[in-house]
Design a protein around this ligand. Sequence first.
Ligand code: RB5
Length: 148
Amino acid sequence: MIALACDHTGVDLKMEIMHLLDEMGLEYKDFGTNTRESCDYAVFGSRAARAVARGECDRGILICGTGVGIGMAAGKVPGIRVCTCSDVYTATLSKRHNNSNILTFGARVVGVDVAKMIAKAWLTETFEGGRHQRRIDQIAAIERGEEL
Ligand code: RB5
């Protein structure tokens, strides 16, 4: 189950991502917004991120104007590892090495086709584990307030 969320800037791109997920046969849950009326990305981003952190959703794709604000908000939820990106390489490696569980885009930064390529690459990648697990464990320790 993929969690989806966006602010008012990302409604159209989110619908395109829904089409992609339909084509890929992946289920999703939409946490809003669904209007182009100005709203606050933290509200919708945090709802989707909490669903991922609780295990109700496996991953999330979140969209705002730049991908930055909604990514920052999602990243404040413990257990969430966000990749904000506009290229396939970063998205791919963020899964292989960082086990990112939330991908964010900027609807004002990437075009529809690029966004779909990024999402498809990210959704089909797997975490490599090994030495990368140790590093993710360190990130979790920072989250708990521990010093490395
Ligand atoms: C909204 O104008 C814009 O600030 C928001 O979508 C996002 O880009 C913030 O990071």
